[in-house]
Design a protein around this ligand. Sequence first.
Ligand code: SIN
Length: 275
Amino acid sequence: MEIKQLTGGLGAEIIGADIRNAAQFAAIHEAFAEHSVIVIRAQSITPDEHLAFAERFGAINVNRFFKPVESHPRIAMVFKDRDQTKVIGEQWHTDHSYDDIPAMCSILHAIEVPQTGGDTVFASMGMAYEHLSPVMQEFVGGLRAWHSSRHAFGVAVAEAETAKDGRIGNAAAATQDALHPVVIRHPLSGRAGLYVNPDFTTRIEGLSEEESDAILQMLFRHCERPEFHCRIRWQAGDVTMWDNRATWHKAINDYPGQRRLMHRVTVEGCALDAA
Ligand code: SIN
């Protein structure tokens, strides 16, 4: 198995691995812990093998809003058809940050990819935190922020294309808000990292709306710096997994008229502590 770092700050590509092979799990786990995002190339796996790989990391967390794979309801479909214009996950986000116990990782298997485009971009929240000034680190380190699923998956988006065409649903379940530290101590590595994101973070606790918006927008712009990023160019069969406590990600919507189908499995995490 060959492991190649993708950029200076984040991500690795793994070539010559087989995620079905239990003997390779320790090396894959180690690469995941070190790089936060890993793309394991060319996996010829069934949905059951995808689930079995995820279960080596922990219990499956079934997403409440994504359309499931019909034969495997624990697998979410991330799909865009030729005539659809919106992609799921187009805005920078962290999966499940709206939950009290957010998901540890997400594992995406590329079933069908466009000929060009359809990449996924990731951002390192550890690097982003480390590049704030010490004064700002101290300020945001004392804050907590609310995260919500309501505006992204709730009744408010009933008219969105992805809700109308059934790719997301179950709006009635989008009722939860969760409060998390703005800077978390990573549960595995102990590294401090920012834990706010543009899609789901709604408000910093204790600040006025104007103050909260200003701080969040500043942090979001900071995290968009490309030196904190890596980009996965997919081939069918690739499996990419990312640590939701250490990264943001976004799907790039640049393949009009082409199809893209991914299977996503999400693994349970733990409550998050302040750094
Ligand atoms: C997601 O946001 O979970 C999906 C990312 C992608 O489709 O590239």
